[in-house]
Design a protein around this ligand. Structure first.
Ligand code: SAM
Length: 196
C-alpha cells in the first residue's frame, strides 16, 4: 500500500491569473516561494515522487482563498523550474470556479477552500506543524503525515489555534529558521532515510 506524504504551504501569492512570469517574487506576491516548495516536494533527480500530494491556499488579492492541490501520481508535463510551475499555477487560476473543483491540467486541482475546510477534509491524517520551537523531529514518530508550513509570513495565530483543535503536533528540524522549500527537501530526505 502506498504511504502518502502531504505537504501544505500557506501562501500570500496573488490569485489573479495574469501572472508576470518575469516578476514572481514581486507583482505575483512571492509565487516564487510556492513554486520552489512544489519543486522540493515532488522532484527527484530522475522523476517525480508519486506518493506526494502538495496543497496550498493562495491568500492574495483579488479572489482569496484559492486552494490548489497537486497529486504526484497524476501530474503530467510540469517540469521542475519555477517558471514552468508558475505557468501551471496560472492555468489553474484561469480555470478557477467558485462553485466546483476543477482539474485544470492533469494532477492539478483548483477550488475555493478555507484552511479550516482543508483540515476537516484531512482529519484522518496526522497534522505536523513545522515550527522552529516544536519537538525535535529526532524524537517524533511520523505516521500518515500531513505537514504544514508557513511561507515568508508564517502561519497566523488564528490558524495555529485551529491546528491545536485538530491536535497538530509541532515539530522542529532545528533552531535555525530555514526556507519553506528547504524544510520540505529536508523532510523528504528524512522520510526517505527512515523508509517512511
Ligand atoms: C521562512 S520560514 C518563516 C520564518 C519566520 N518564522 C518568520 O516568519 O519570520 C517558513 C516556514 O518554514 C518552517 N520552518 C523554518 N525553519 C524551521 C525549523 N527549523 N523547523 C521547523 N520548521 C521550520 C515553518 O513552518 C515556517 O513557517
Amino acid at each position: 500500500m502506498t504511504t502518502y506524504r502531504h505537504f501544505y504551504v500557506k501562501s500570500h501569492a496573488k490569485t489573479s491569473p495574469d501572472i508576470n512570469l518575469k516578476d514572481l517574487p514581486g507583482s505575483a506576491g512571492r509565487l516564487d516561494i510556492v513554486a520552489r516548495c512544489i519543486n522540493s516536494a515532488f522532484w527527484l533527480s530522475y522523476g517525480i515522487r508519486k506518493n506526494v500530494i502538495f496543497h496550498t491556499i493562495l491568500h492574495g488579492e483579488p479572489r482569496a482563498p484559492v486552494y490548489i492541490r497537486m497529486e504526484g501520481k497524476k501530474l503530467r508535463k510540469v517540469t521542475p523550474d519555477e517558471r514552468n510551475i508558475a505557468i501551471f499555477i496560472g492555468k489553474a487560476l484561469k480555470k478557477f470556479d467558485t462553485n466546483a473543483e476543477i482539474e485544470s491540467t492533469p494532477g492539478i486541482f483548483v477550488s475555493r477552500k478555507t484552511f479550516e475546510e482543508l483540515l476537516e477534509e484531512n482529519k484522518d491524517k496526522n497534522f505536523y506543524l513545522l515550527d522552529e520551537e516544536g519537538d525535535d523531529i529526532f524524537n517524533v514518530k511520523i505516521e500518515n503525515p500531513f505537514f504544514i508550513l508557513g511561507d515568508n509570513a508564517d502561519i497566523a495565530e488564528e490558524e495555529k489555534r485551529l491546528l491545536d483543535k485538530y491536535d497538530a503536533k509541532k515539530i522542529s528540524i532545528g533552531k535555525k529558521s530555514y526556507l519553506s522549500s528547504h524544510c520540505i527537501a529536508i523532510i523528504n530526505w528524512w522520510m526517505d532515510r527512515h523508509g517512511l
